[in-house]
Structure formats: structure tokens, C-alpha cells
Design a protein around this ligand. Sequence first.
Ligand SMILES: Nc1ncnc2c1ncn2[C@@H]1O[C@H](COP(=O)(O)OP(=O)(O)OP(=O)(O)O)[C@@H](O)[C@H]1O
Length: 744
Amino acid sequence: MTAPDHQPTTSNKATTAEVAREIAVEQAHVDVVYAELAKAKLRAGLVETDGLARGRTDRTGDVRDEELTGLFERDALVFNAARRRSTLDTQFEGLVFGRLDLDHALSRDGADSDRETRYIGRLGVRDDDYEPLVVDWRAPAAAAFYRATPVEPMDVLRRRVLRCKGPDVVGVEDDLMVAEAPDDLVIVGDGALLAALTRSRGAQMRDIVATIQRHQDEAIRASARGITEITGGPGTGKTVVALHRAAYLLYSDRRRFENGGILVVGPSSAYTAYIERVLPSLGEESVTLRSLGDVVDGVTAVRLDSPQVAAVKGSLRVRRLLSRAAADSPPGAPTQFRAFVNGKAVRVDTPALDRIRAQVLRGHQRNLASKAVRAQLAEAAWNTVREGDRNEFMDHFEDHLEVDAFLERWWPQVDPREVLLWLADPDLATRHGRGVLTAEESVAFAASMRDALESGTWSVADAALVDDLAARMGPVQEGPVEEREFYEIEELDDVSQFGVAEVRATRQSGAGSANGSSRIALTDPRDRLLQGRIDGPGEYAHVLVDEAQDLSPMQWRMLGRRGRYSSWTVVGDAAQASWPDAQESGRAREEAFGTQERRLFHMDTNYRNAREIFDYAATVVKAQVPDADIPQAVRETGAHPVDLTVAGSNWAAVATEAVEALLGEVEGSIAVIAPERHRAALAAVGELGERVVVIDPMSTKGLEYDATVVVDPDAITEESPGGVRVLYVALTRAAHRMTVLRPA
Ligand SMILES: Nc1ncnc2c1ncn2[C@@H]1O[C@H](COP(=O)(O)OP(=O)(O)OP(=O)(O)O)[C@@H](O)[C@H]1O
């Protein structure tokens, strides 16, 4: 292995007895820390009823002494809550994971030796005299743990990583930062990074708090302001670095980021499930994790549209279609208004109604315009009469039940999701899509909405459309609707006299669907689509976007609404993009960011893939994407990817054989990454063991496995919107072993 950026030495190999002695020394310190933590936990338990507010403070720079007790207790509380989560227990690395042996004379020419030992952990722990027993990994005093190199040792002689199981120290790994270790410093192991990278991968991402590299640390601790972009090829730690950055931001300015909130957005629910453990393992629970199909409250989507439909739904062209639909009357709405008001026949015809609609929408959001519409209708009605007393006419109009009944059908409160479903009608979609979508695109759009209605599920791309409509139309107003309903029920109080056993409030308008869902059995697909409420977008103090290269322009707008006043961390790699129009997406992204200051961090070391695997993938992508950002893989295993050919339709048999071989070679997860056309045939391969999954290429974005079987690469390229870029994603998911199946 080539050392990435520390290039520390690990000479003076220790004997077994020496290692045991070193472990015992570390154990003694860890025991003291846990005893202190237990005391803090007790104190924290006493203040638990006060909530975590006790420790809330702007923790920028130096923390005031009087704040320390509160902070420590808060951290103890949060830490223990996180620890209790059973998912953490199996792979948790321990509270204390690092030790620095420093000699401050190193940076002072000719000075006498001035030694210090400093322990680094997931939170700061102090003894009764407030002397630090452990320094929080995010504190300035811990920076040397991540930044010291032999070239710039920052006074560090030895950096030690403690491997713990719960409170027990089970091993240590050292890096020496000076040419020669002082006699009293024993050096153990080959370095912690190599140990971490060769381990098998579990089902979920682990934190890297013990082995963060210098260049990663710079991105983690970068200023909280403006836009921080992290780019780099596959496996370069972009995701894991961004998550540690979220934990760092919470530490450095807790009040701002805990109160304002941090939103972490990734491509899929498989991705959020994969990363969800990282922040709790760092003691941070107060971050909102969402997949792109889950950003808008009231829409939960995992289904993907066909690439053609997704391209239409993601592009800015679709906004014209939406704006026309949002301005339209509901299907079946009356086209003229007729009533007797104050003894006079009133008739407002279609052109006049259209004029009212257009005029009102120029100044109002649709759902907030009910009053304005009523006033304009009254004015139009009066203009058709112009006889008698105007005020008297207006008073009658105001209270008129027929006016209520008309407006409830012509201008009801409309849930934005309803508007999208109106577009399941191909004629309507074609009419509203004229000039911006081709006829085929409009028809395909309508068909996708019928898919939604049939399956009762939204697609991931629909979420951004609902959000766009919600922003145009304003929130559904409930007050007046409920009042009227109550009135009606009261009037029918004693319904039994009419032979009616039960009154159910039913609503015809979209508003009914938005808030009346609790009374409806959700077996109906339409009700499932309209479950919950669409509220205004929540605003966050920080938005972290992973796999940013895949966001469509409409998705950037959706996130932009949530990050109007926030700082951003944006993570991506253009060579892995599945969104076809990078330029349009780039413009929407610029709009979301505004003019805030920018900083860029580039990661160029691949920590995931064995070099043999990455070389294979790099050759494939470079042939078609010559400017791909190719990182350097640091670990060699000697195991080259295995190419197998499949005769006829024998995919399942060959895949089974490949997986069975891999089950014996790796300890952790194995993924069979297959294009749509082979997935049904391969479903049974997923039954080969708990460690095995069969998955589509797009869903593997951001994920990693010990081993992969990549099925029919050409078909993956053909089927995917991003072509070879998505194949590149599939070929860079394996840490240790990869088998590739191709047709004979
Ligand atoms: N300093 C480190 N110490 C230990 N493991 C690390 C370190 N940096 C990265 N890794 C590991 O490398 C793997 C890849 O990291 P990550 O998934 O964050 O990469 P990525 O750049 O987001 O990849 P992709 O773009 O392919 O999704 C993860 O298992 C991560 O834990």
C-alpha cells in the first residue's frame, strides 16, 4: 500500500509482551474515562428534564469555563442515547480512540524536552478539576491528530489509534512522526488506516473518526459559511467526510446548526439507510436525513420513472406545463356562473370567468386568493345587473349559498398533488404541454401519472414537481372549509329521523383530500398518494447534498427553497453523473447557491476499491469520458476482477456460482448489480444468504460492498440515463473482490 498523505513510519516493531503492556496502559486510562463518564451521566440524568437546552451554546473558539459542565453533561447524555441504539453496539469503535504523544520542544529549536500525552475521543471528558481526560475530536486541540505528518509533525512524536470493543481496549496501531522514536515510546502495528481499509464492510457505513486524513480534515473543518464543494472520484471519502463535517458544524456552532437544522440529502432511501448510523456514532442525532424522493413532506417516493420521462420531469421546461395546470380550473368545474341574487338573474359567462382567473392569479397564489376571487366575481355579477342599490346587491352576494356552492367547485382549495394527477389526462397534458413538450413527451407524462394513480406511489421526480406546484399555489387553507362542514353537520344533527345512520363529512375538492385522509381507509391508491399534508418548505441552517452531480434542475430548485438562507456542503463527481444535461442543472444549482462565497476541496485518493478493481473501472470510464476525475487507489490485494461469460440465458446459474465463490472469499456484504432486463431472472440469487443483495445500478449510488458481481455491463450502459457513467458507479462499489458477467 502507498501511504496517502501522512507517510508516517512504523518502525521499532513491538513484541507480543510489549503490545500487551501497551494495551494495559491504555486500558487503565480508558477505565478512568468511563468512570468519569458514568458520573457525568448521573448528573446529566438529573437535568434530563431540562432537555438538552442546558448545553446549548455557541461553541465557537474558546468555551467559557462555566459552560463546560453543561456541555459535558449534554454530550454525555447525547452520547449515551446514541450508544443505546443497538445498531451502534456491534461495530462501535469506542469512546476513546486516539492518543497523541507530543514533545513541544520539537518546534522550539534547542529547547529541553517538553512532553505531553493527549487522548482524543468522540466527546470531551474532564475530571473533577476540569482537567481534560479526553479531547473532543472536533476541538482545536485534536487537530494535530489528523494533521501531523512526518514533514510537519506539529510536535507529535507518535499518533496512536486505540481499537476498542465497548469499554475494552483490544489493540493499538501507531504512526511515528519522527525519524527515530524516543526509547520509551513503543511502536505497534502497521498504521491504523491500512487496518481500517482492509476490514470487511458491513451493511452500513462506519465513521472514520480515528483515521481521518489530513486533506479530509481540512474539508471537515472548513468555514461554516457559504458553499463548500467537495469533489473527487469514486471511493475518495467524499460522503464520509461530508458527514463528519456535519458533526463538526454542530460542534463548532451548536446554537446555529441545531436550532436552524442541518438537512442531509442523498440519492435514495438505500443510501440514507446506508449512512444513517454515522452521525449517531459521533454523538449527533439532530440532523435530518432525506432521500430525494422524501424531501417534500407529504410525498414519499422510491419509484423511478423511465429515463425519458425522468428527463422531462427534471428539466425546467416542465415548469410551463405546471404553471398552466396550476392556473386551470379543476376537471368538471362549471364554466359559467348563474344565480338569483337579490331577486335578479345573474350570469357571468366563460370569458368573464377567464378574465377573473387571469387577473387574480397575477397578484395572488391560487390557494390564497379565495377572497379576491369572491370580490371579483361579485364585481362581475354586479356589472351584469347594474340596477338598484349596489351595496345591497353586494351584501346579498356575500351571503349567498349559491355563490358558496359555485366557488367550491370553480375555485376550491387545491392540493398541489391533485393538480399533478389532473395531468394523467393525456388531452390535458398535451394542451398544457403545447410549445414546451413534444406531443410524445406530453403523452408519456400523462401515462406516468396514470402509473402513479394505479400504483398509489409517486416517482422520485414527482417530488420536485409537487414542490414547484406548492410554491406556485400556496398552502391549502383549511379554516372556512371546516367551518362550513361543521355547520352542515349541525344542521343535520338529528339525522336518524331521515333514516340516516351516520354522517360522514365528504369533500369533493382537493382540500378534502389534503386533510381528511384520517377518515378514509387508505386502500385506495389515490388516497395513498394524497396522504398527509403539503406544507411550505422547511428552512435549514445548512444543506448537505451528496451525489450532487445527479440532481435535475427541478431538484435543485426544490433544495434551493429549503436552503435560501443556509450555507451548503455539496459533494459530487461529474464522471458518475446520471443526469444528462449538466449545463441546465449547473444553472439551477447556481441559482440555488446565490452569490455566497465558495471553497473547493478535491479528494484524489480512493480508499474504497482495491487498486486492481479500480484500475478495471477506470479503464472503462476513461475510454468514453476522457476528462473523468481519476483518483489513486491506495491498496493492493493481488486479486484481479474475474471476467465470466454467460452462454444463452444462463445468467442465474453463473451468478450463483460467482456469489458462492465470493461468499467464501469475503466476510461482509456482496451485491449482484444487474440491469433491469436480468433482474427477475436473478431474484433467487438474493436468497443465497443474508449477506447477498440483488440491486439495480442506480440504487448503488454512494453505497459499497465487500464484493460485487456486475451483470452485463453493456446492458447497464444501455439502460441507464447516464450510460457509461452509471456503469462506472457499478464497477466502483466493491472494496475487495469483483466478478463481471458478460454474454458469450
Ligand atoms: N480516512 C479514512 N479512514 C478509513 N476509511 C476511509 C477514510 N476515508 C474514506 N474511507 C472509506 O472509504 C470508503 C469510501 O468512502 P465514501 O463512500 O465516503 O467515498 P465517496 O467519495 O463518497 O465515494 P462515491 O463517490 O463512490 O460514492 C468508505 O468505506 C469510507 O469509510
